[in-house]
Design a protein. Structure first.
Length: 190
């Protein structure tokens, strides 16, 4: 049973998966690879001079897989249901139980509607600063929560915010994810 099920494998979903998987939570990403990123070319993403959206997706999926997430590119989610102690995620092939769900389905808000999340007047999913919806342990990210602010870097930040909140809940205290190379003088692990 995964701890975290992520529906959508664009920048928001993969960002969430990167943080949760590398910090020990069993994470599965359901991705149909229908992201708008295949039409993009990134010149405005920090740390990247120039990369096609498709190449960015390939590299990011690899990074997420390397950190331990199970990325399922061909398994489409057909339904998500809140259960008494988490969520059931149904696909065409199987059902999964998860403690947390991160919705990263772009502008498709149908799963959030089915789960009866609160919505804003503009039709976006209502979330708090940590990207949590009105349904406990259900997060919404990216274009689902932002009208017309569909930038990869913004979506990735939303995914990271959701993941860090999940990790904080799991660890029982505010969680920071800082990577420090062991070989930097004066910053060695003690």
């Amino acid at each position: 049973m995964p701890d975290v099920a992520i529906v959508g494998g664009g920048p928001a979903g993969l960002s969430a998966a990167l943080f949760t998987a590398k910090n020990g939570l069993e994470t599965v990403v359901f991705d149909t690879d229908e992201t708008w990123m295949h039409k993009a070319h990134l010149f405005n993403y920090p740390g990247i001079r120039s990369i096609s959206g498709s190449e960015f997706m390939k590299l990011t999926r690899g990074q997420v897989s390397d950190r331990g997430a199970d990325v399922r590119e061909t398994e489409e989610v057909t339904d998500v249901e809140a259960t008494g102690d988490g969520f059931r995620v149904d696909t065409e092939d199987d059902s999964y139980e998860a403690d947390y769900v991160v919705l990263a389905t772009g502008a498709d808000r149908s799963i959030a509607e089915g789960l009866e999340c609160a919505f804003e007047d503009d039709g976006t999913v209502d979330v708090d600063l940590e990207m949590e919806t009105s349904v406990e342990n259900l997060y919404a990210t990216g274009a689902m929560v932002r009208p017309e602010e569909w930038q990869a870097v913004i979506a990735a930040g939303d995914g990271a915010a959701a993941a860090l909140h999940i990790l904080s809940k799991e660890k029982g205290e505010h969680f920071h994810d800082f990577d420090v190379p062991d070989d930097v003088p004066g910053l060695e692990s003690e």
